[in-house]
Design a protein around this ligand. Structure first.
Ligand SMILES: Nc1ccn([C@@H]2O[C@H](COP(=O)(O)OP(=O)(O)OP(=O)(O)O)[C@@H](O)[C@H]2O)c(=O)n1
Ligand SMILES: C[C@](O)(CO)[C@H](O)COP(=O)(O)O
Length: 238
């Protein structure tokens, strides 16, 4: 019986509407290369990751240049380490599901899949190590997340604070979210209205493990996030 392997699945088929850029934010440049290339380089260089699949939209015109290995690419060669799946869906969930379907011929049900947002360029090898070490023997799976430290307010329709939400026990989910292929595919097929993989697994009555992540692994969502993410990338080694 071969031990389970680890695969990365990168949903990268979004349009970046909240970023308001003229092109999808996963191709925005950060410290000299596209956000998506940072993510692909991290997984391609990681010894534990067997292969990486990136899901992009069918009409994506940027991916070929982004994955090209040439004299200017400072990171590891991606050739043979990355498969592009040109089958993005209307939602992140659908893109991930389409990616899982494309992965089917190469994966066994008990192989691990680490689903990571292309919009989180600050993922480090150390964070991948931390997640794998914490989850590899877990019956369910798990995800990187950060305990909420701010006081949370619920706002009303007039943007007035109408309640304080107790923050004890609240975590802000990050990615990668790491689940076995068979469970993840079944969970996502069963749960239509979820924003992340852990939510689909929770809907099955299971409890994913929460693993402390890092601020450098922030999701680039709004225009100001790009500069902050670059600062974390350069200054934060967590
Ligand atoms: N239909 C979609 C929507 C999102 N994503 C990916 O899911 C990740 C996290 O999603 P988000 O930050 O919401 O990205 P966008 O959907 O592009 O942003 P927005 O909601 O502002 O349009 C991103 O890497 C994005 O490319 C995807 O693969 N397919
Ligand atoms: C998966 C995720 O990054 C966890 O916080 C988040 O749910 C993605 O949400 P988005 O609206 O697709 O950015």
């Amino acid at each position: 019986m071969l031990p389970p392997r680890y695969f990365a699945l990168i949903p990268a088929a979004g349009v970046g509407a909240r970023m308001g850029a003229a092109f999808p934010k996963q191709y925005a440049s950060l410290a000299g290369k596209a956000m998506l290339r940072h993510v692909l380089d991290t997984f391609a260089a990681h010894q534990a990751i067997t292969h990486t699949f990136a899901v992009v939209s069918g009409d994506d015109g940027y991916i070929d240049d982004t994955i090209r290995d040439d004299a200017t690419s400072a990171g590891p060669a991606l050739a043979g380490r990355v498969t592009v799946v040109r089958d993005g869906g209307d939602t992140r969930r659908q893109s991930v599901l389409n990616g899982l379907l494309a992965m089917r011929p190469q994966l066994a049900d008990d192989d691990w899949v680490l689903v990571h947002d292309a919009a989180r360029p600050g993922l480090s090898a150390a964070l991948v190590d931390r997640l794998i070490a914490a989850v590899r023997d877990d019956e369910v799976g798990g995800l990187l997340a950060l305990p909420v430290v701010d006081t949370l307010k619920r706002g009303d329709s007039e943007q007035r604070a109408c309640a304080t939400v107790p923050r004890v026990g609240l975590w802000a989910a990050q990615t990668p979210q790491m689940f076995r292929y068979g469970l993840l595919k079944k969970a996502l097929e069963a749960a239509a209205d979820v924003t992340d993989e852990a939510g689909a697994v929770e809907a099955m009555g299971l409890f994913p493990r929460l693993v402390p992540g890092s601020v450098r692994n922030m999701k680039v969502t709004l225009p100001g996030d790009l500069a902050l993410a670059e600062l974390y990338l350069k200054e934060c080694n967590d």
